[in-house]
Each structure stands twice: as structure tokens, then as C-alpha cells.
Design a protein around this ligand. Structure first.
Ligand code: C2E
Ligand code: MG
Ligand code: MG
Ligand code: MG
Length: 285
């Protein structure tokens, strides 16, 4: 009762941090609304490599936003706003189209797949699967060359997850693969891995041992997470590999694929071309 009374004639305290957060949200969503039209978005790409050869087997598309006249806004700041406002739906469609166009030549020349992050908000759109298939048809990238990265939360959302699972199964029937991003940070149970449409696990950066930990330790957590994948024959990609020691350790623990600053930073398409020449020289065209 006291809370109710307080709610009716409450004096709103001045909380600068809340005001700032709301203003930031408003500013970012207002800017994002015009980002496509104003040509402020770009897609960067980070190679995914085979361990230990460092041959590029895939590239991950990572969205970049630089508002006119300002510095770039980090994805961590604007992706959640895009998701909450629903702007991720048109923006995600733009990313997919752009990335498929750029990646087709890498698939044709090097057999490298494209991996694209997809938000639950996009997956929940009734026309999502059709749109993905149309994008492949328009851009000429084969379904076997596309991987969609989703997070675990998409798959364990109770009844709300059912239409999403139908869409994912339909895409898989066409040969598109599904990767679980940030694996290990969420539910990560063996039971859902056996039930759900998943082809690849991307092991979150927090399970890549730091260098001090890499020299000693039994790496029990890293082993356990890799074990979850191998028990289901799911290939694992370790994210955020920053040193040669980490790459070597992960390879020793049975991880065959990796990604991180040690191999290549995310960059625009021409930088990826250079990475192919450096890391896949025999096939570079
Ligand atoms: P993510 O999908 O887990 O992508 C990996 C993030 O790790 C990227 O951050 C990448 O730049 C960063 N990274 C790669 N190698 C290293 C490394 O060696 N060390 C460290 N410290 N970081 C590394 P980025 O580009 O800032 O993106 C952050 C997140 O934003 C992504 O995490 C992804 O969830 C989201 N995101 C990015 N682009 C898109 C998009 O087009 N659509 C959606 N829905 N989400 C996106
Ligand atoms: Mg990702
Ligand atoms: Mg992601
Ligand atoms: Mg990740």
C-alpha cells in the first residue's frame, strides 16, 4: 500500500544516469532510423580459420555504423536499440543482402562460407525464411555458403520459439546452416542441443583461456564446452583468439576452427581480399 501511494503522488527524483540512458536511446534510435537512407551503414568481415593451418574457411559479417559527421557507434551500443525498436528488421535485411553480394566471390574462389548474425526479432518475422531464400537467389550465393548465427535464447523461448524453429528447419532443408553464437554463456544444455536445429557452435570468447591461464591449468570449462559440441558431432569455432598460444592450446583441446585478432581483425571487403591472399595463397585469385 505504501508503494501504491508513493506511485500516485511521487516526487520523481533527479537521476542523471537514467536521464542520460533514455536520451542516448532516443538519440541512437532517431539516428538509426535514417542510417540506411543516408548510407551510414557498412559491413565489415572477419575471417574464420582452420586450426592450426590458419586457412580461411568462412567470414563473419559484422555491421558498422558511422553517423554523418560523428565517430562510429559500437555495435554493442546500437544493436540492442535496433532490436528493441524493431529497426533491426530492415537493417538486418540490408546486412544480409550486402554481405551475400560481397561474399559470393569468396565462396566461388575459396569455398569460404558467409556467417551472418541474426536477431530473434528478425527470425520472428513471418516472412523471414522467404526473404533469406530470395536474397540468395538475387545475389547468387548458394545456400551451402550461408550460415546464420543465432543466440541460445532464441531456441529456449518456450512456445514462442515454435514458429522460429519452423523457419530454421525450413532454411536448413535448403542447405543453410545454423550456428549458435556466444555458446557457453547461456543455457548450453546437452538436452536442447539434441532437440534443436543446430549445425555449428561458436564458443564464446570467455571460454578462450587467457595467456596466463593457457600455460597452466586444466582448462576444465573450455574442455566441457568443447565436449558438449563433439558429443553431438557439431564443429566448434572458438571466438576471440588473440595470441598464438591461445590458438595452439585450443587446437590441442580439439577445437578445429577459430577466429580472432591473432588471425585477422574485422575489416572492409578489400581488407578481406588481402587476408585471403595472405592466408590462402594457393587459391588467391
Ligand atoms: P559476435 O557475433 O559475438 O561477434 C564477435 C565480436 O567479437 C565482434 O564484435 C568482433 O569484432 C569481436 N572480436 C573478434 N575477434 C576478437 C578478438 O580477438 N578479441 C576481442 N576482444 N574481440 C574480438 P563487434 O563487431 O563489436 O560486434 C559485437 C556484437 O554485435 C556481435 O557479437 C553481434 O552479436 C552483434 N552484431 C554485429 N553485427 C551484427 C549484425 O549485422 N546483426 C546483428 N543482429 N548483430 C550484430
Ligand atoms: Mg557472431
Ligand atoms: Mg552475435
Ligand atoms: Mg559471439
Amino acid at each position: 500500500r505504501a508503494a501504491k501511494r508513493a506511485g500516485r503522488d511521487r516526487v520523481v527524483p533527479y537521476r542523471p544516469e537514467l536521464r542520460t540512458a533514455r536520451e542516448r536511446f532516443t538519440r541512437i534510435s532517431a539516428g538509426l532510423r535514417h542510417a540506411i537512407d543516408r548510407d551510414e551503414l557498412a559491413v565489415h568481415y572477419q575471417p574464420v580459420v582452420e586450426l592450426p593451418s590458419a586457412r580461411i574457411v568462412a567470414v563473419e559479417a559484422l555491421l558498422r555504423w558511422t553517423p554523418a559527421g560523428g565517430p562510429p557507434v559500437p555495435p554493442m551500443d546500437f544493436i540492442p536499440v535496433a532490436e528493441e525498436t524493431g529497426l533491426i528488421v530492415p537493417i538486418g535485411a540490408w546486412v544480409l543482402e550486402r554481405a551475400c553480394r560481397d561474399a559470393r566471390v569468396w565462396y566461388d574462389r575459396h569455398g569460404a562460407s558467409l556467417t551472418v548474425n541474426v536477431s530473434v526479432r528478425q527470425l520472428a518475422e513471418p516472412g523471414f525464411a522467404d526473404e533469406v531464400l530470395h536474397t540468395l537467389a538475387r545475389t547468387g550465393l548458394p545456400a551451402a555458403g550461408l550460415v546464420l548465427e543465432i543466440t541460445e535464447s532464441v531456441l529456449v523461448g518456450g512456445d514462442g520459439a515454435a514458429p522460429v524453429l519452423v523457419a530454421l528447419e525450413r532454411l536448413r532443408a535448403h542447405g543453410i546452416r545454423i550456428a549458435i553464437d556466444d555458446f557457453g554463456t547461456g543455457y548450453s544444455s546437452l538436452s536442447y542441443l539434441t532437440r534443436l536445429p543446430v549445425d555449428i557452435l561458436k564458443i564464446d570468447r570467455s571460454f578462450v583461456p587467457t595467456d596466463t591461464a593457457a600455460s597452466g591449468g586444466d582448462h576444465a570449462f573450455t574442455r566441457a564446452v568443447l565436449q558438449l559440441g563433439s558429443s553431438r558431432d557439431l564443429p566448434a569455432i572458438a571466438e576471440g583468439i588473440e595470441t598464438a598460444e591461445q590458438a595452439e592450446l585450443l587446437h590441442r583441446l580439439g577445437c578445429r576452427l577459430g577466429q580472432g585478432y591473432h588471425f585477422a581483425r574485422p575489416g572492409p571487403a578489400d581488407q578481406v581480399e588481402a587476408a585471403f591472399r595472405r592466408l590462402n595463397p594457393a587459391l588467391a585469385g
